[in-house]
Each structure stands twice: as C-alpha cells, then as structure tokens.
Ligand binder design. Structure first.
Ligand code: AKG
Ligand code: FE2
Length: 497
C-alpha cells in the first residue's frame, strides 16, 4: 500500500473549498435567537487553558463571546467557523441560503441539531452532550454525510467484535433523527435477531484519507474473516455474468470476441433481505453484521443503500474504467461506494487514475454536453479507457485487494448532487487466485425517498422519479415536500397542499 499515502491539499481544491464555503466565514453577525439549554451550557463551559508565555503558568483565555460554543465545519471539510450558540439557526441559514434543512453532526457521528428554513428546528437535547469547542459538521438537505479530509487518519468504531451481539447495535445505528419519527424502511436488514446485550469489545478501525480528489478513504480489517466468508457464501449461488451500462444501454459482454477488450468480465450476485432470510441463519446474521459495519464506517444509514452486490473475478477478469454513477438512470443517484475486498489476490487492483490530480488530460478532452452536465456519454468512457489503457496501475491511486479492507469513495462533490469527474476507476486483471469483493452503494434518492412523507402528502410512483435529479422534466415527478424540489433544482413539481 506504499502508493496510498495521502497528499497535501492542492491549491486548486483549497481555493474551491474556500469559495464554496466563503459564506460560512461571513455569517458571524447573525441575529440572536436563544436556545435555552445551549446558552446555559455555554455559560457554564470553561474556555480552554493555555500557557502564559511570560510566567509559563497555565492561564484561562477569554473566549471572544460567551455564546461561542462549537467549531462549525462544512460537510466534507473546509474552513471551520465558530458556531454562536445564541444565533445558530440564523447563522446556518445565512451560510446556506439555498438549503431547506441544515443538519449538524458531532465528531462521533451523531446528528445533534437541525433546522428547517420554514421555522422548525430540533430541540437542544442531543447537542448538550457535545463538548464545547469540538467540531460539528454541517450537512444540507438530504445530501450524504461526507468525511472531511482532516485528520488524515481517524479511528472509527465499526461495531461489536463478537458477531453475536448485533441487534442492540442495529437499534443504535437506525435510531431516528433528532425530533423525528423512526423510519423502519431499511434495505437489506430486517433485524430478525433479538440479542439482549451488545457488551464486549468493539472493533475499532483506522480510516485513512488516501486521495483528496476524488475523495477516497481506506480502512483495513473492517470485516472479520467470518464476515468475509459469509458474504461470499451468500453470493455464490446467485452469481451471474456481470453487466455494464453505457448511455443507459445494457452492454452484453459475451458478444465481444477478445476477453481483454470486454469492459467487464466478472460475475455478480445481488443479496436482498429475502435471500438473507432464506439462507442459513449464521450466514445471514454475519452478512447483516457486515452491512452494519459498512454503514458505521460511512456514517450513513442502511436505509439509503442498494442491496449488497457481491463480485467474483477469476484470472484475467477485470472491469474497465467507469464512474459508479454513470451509464444509466438506475445508478445515476449513487453517491458513495463502500468497496470491500473479501479475499486477497495477485493483480485485481482497483485504480483511480486521476487521484490527486496526477493526470487530468482525458477529463479536459472530454466533450461535456453543458445541457446535461451530469450525463456520462459514450465518448467520455471511450476516451478515458483509451487514455489509461482500460486499467493501469502506474498512475493515480492503486489499492491491492486485501481481505477485510474497505475503500470508501464518493462519486459526488460535497453537499451537492454534482458528479465528481475525478472518480473514474477500474479493476485491473487478476493474475492469480480469485478476487472476491462486494459493493455497497448509497443512492441520493434512496436517502430521500425513505423519509416518511407528511401525512396526506402525494408522492409519485412514476418509475422515472428515480432519476428525477437528472431528468430535467418536472412533469415526470411530483414530490410531497418542497425541500425535495429545492434539492432537485426545480426539476420536480411539488404536490398541491
Ligand atoms: O472490484 C473492484 O476493484 C472495483 C469494482 C467496481 O468498480 C464496481 O463494481 O463498480
Ligand atoms: Fe466501480
């Protein structure tokens, strides 16, 4: 993994970050709106002690404002600003004028405050437990939480060490957002096993930033041996030749004569919750445990995922360069991939050729159709594959398959549905052994749709709604709540009240 060292933030990405979040820095002078518990906390919180340079003794620094409490960081990272307790709501809406809802997460991953433009907001129960001066992360609307780029390495608790104590864990993971009703529409998790106590040791992994653009983070030993074996075993009976899409068309790999030129030659299985209920209990339980670990690592709920996809690559098998959210409307909403290696293999590396800005040439050559800025077209795919020889390991970021290791990578930019064009990647030829892997994808529309609509609200069951974010035709899809229209930049119609 010698190639996987994180690099320093490029001037380009630093300046686009600061442009994106400049509004945050300007938002300090917001109108005071008091929330009782926080003010009480802020008043009782001691400012940090620092050393007096003359005496060498510890002194207490005067905080600039008694209302100052936390450091507010945009989703995905950027310049932190002080969050003023007395005016947090107006500060947030001033910082994100286009957002319907702003949610704040603690360093520990808990949602601790939210505010809607219409006037509703959370109470301050959950934020009261967050230490003063620690970081809070701002996520707008229904965009996914995105790990920031600092620190380079962080510890993440991915659940109980023992595979038995999982249900208490599930309850914790799926707990409702602050002040909202619970949504039980989890994908691939029916919570059938009722284990009384979580107890015991926890599995803590090191999540490392290995590329800033695209944003790729890696952690080893996320899944146990038993979990890796169980995911393989669950997928084995369902394996079929993998397919791929270009411009919405399914490509039939078998028609190509030369295997080396076929874009995707692996086998794929989709594991849904009824299959997990049908296979042996122990295997089903371990697969669910694996899904929960991935969810904890991503800090996103299981309810926003597709079914788990299992992949098997024999010698010579590969998947040429692609974007996970390009090719068809069914996948255009993919925002985050958790790619987990279930076996070791020789070859079979995953490569992101443009990672850390090493070679942008093919991207510059891509003829972007500005009327469809998010559309991936055949010429993009073709040029990129040609430029990087379908799959190579000499440029960009390369990960070798290691059992239990997970790569988290984002296919969008922070707080947006805009594609990250740097996220092209491929799986190179396997040289020996069998490479097993699995994909867990979070989709933007699944994260949105699984929220319970307001009572009596209309919701369109038109299948094209799944692609509303890119359709451009507001007649195709009606949505129950105005924030969805905002998030889709007006591409959907809001139901009549
Ligand atoms: O197997 C890999 O290394 C990558 C797989 C992949 O990119 C995909 O299935 O979308
Ligand atoms: Fe992929």
């Amino acid at each position: 993994m010698g190639k996987n060292k994180p690099k320093r933030k490029s001037a380009d990405s630093a300046s686009s970050m600061s442009r994106r979040y400049i509004a945050l820095a300007l938002s300090g002078a917001a109108i005071a709106v008091t929330i009782a518990v926080n003010v009480a906390r802020a008043r009782s919180t001691q400012p940090p002690a620092t050393a007096d340079p003359t005496s060498g003794k510890a002194t207490t620094t005067q905080a600039p404002s008694k209302h100052l409490s936390w450091s507010l960081e945009p989703n995905g990272g950027g310049e932190p600003t002080p969050l003023l307790v007395g005016s947090w709501r107006s500060q947030l809406h001033g910082s994100y004028p286009e957002a319907w809802r702003v949610r704040l997460f603690s360093e520990a991953g808990d949602e601790v405050l939210w505010s809607e433009r219409g006037g509703k907001s959370s109470d301050s129960t959950a934020v009261a437990a967050v230490p003063a001066h620690s970081r809070l992360f701002a996520v707008i609307d229904d965009y996914p939480f995105m790990w920031s780029l600092t620190p380079d390495v962080r510890s993440v608790d991915v659940g109980p060490e023992a595979d038995g104590a999982v249900d208490a864990e599930r309850r914790q993971l799926d707990r409702p957002r602050v002040g909202e009703a619970r949504d039980d529409g989890a994908h691939g998790d029916d919570g059938a096993h009722d284990v009384a106590q979580a107890g015991g040791r926890r599995r803590i992994v090191e999540l490392r930033v290995v590329s800033e653009s695209p944003r790729v983070l890696v952690a080893d030993n996320v899944l146990s041996e038993a979990e890796c074996n169980a995911v393989q075993a669950a997928g084995l009976p369902l394996l079929e030749t993998s397919v791929t899409f270009v411009g919405g068309r399914m490509i039939d790999d078998k028609s190509a004569v030369d295997k080396a030129l076929q874009p995707r030659t692996s086998s794929t299985a989709w594991i849904n919750s009824s299959w997990l209920g049908a296979i042996d209990e122990q295997t089903g339980r371990l697969v669910r445990s694996a899904q929960r670990r991935l969810s904890r690592l991503a800090r996103l709920p299981l309810m926003g995922t597709e079914n788990l996809q299992v992949l098997r690559y024999g010698v010579g098998d590969h998947y040429h360069y692609h974007l996970d959210n390009g090719g068809s409307s069914a996948i255009s909403g993919r925002v985050l991939t958790a790619l987990v290696y279930l076996s070791d293999a020789q070859g079979g590396e995953t490569n992101w050729p443009m990672a850390n800005g090493t070679d942008r040439a093919p991207l510059d050559a891509v003829d972007r159709d500005l009327s469809k800025p998010n559309a991936v077209q055949w010429n993009h795919v073709h040029r990129l594959r040609e430029h990087f020889h379908n799959c190579q390991t000499t440029q960009g970021l390369t990960l070798a398959p290691r059992r239990g290791t997970v790569a988290l990578f984002y296919s969008i930019l922070p707080n947006s549905a805009e594609k990250d064009w740097m996220a092209w990647h491929a799986s190179c030829d396997v040289h020996s052994g069998t490479k097993w892997a699995a994909n867990f994808w979070w989709q933007l529309h699944l994260l949105r749709e699984k929220r319970a609509p307001a009572p009596g609200a209309c919701a369109d069951s038109e299948p094209s709604c799944a692609a509303w974010a890119t359709s451009g035709d507001s007649q195709l899809c009606r949505v129950p709540r105005p924030e969805l229209q905002l998030a889709a930049r007006g591409r959907v119609t809001v139901c009549e009240a």
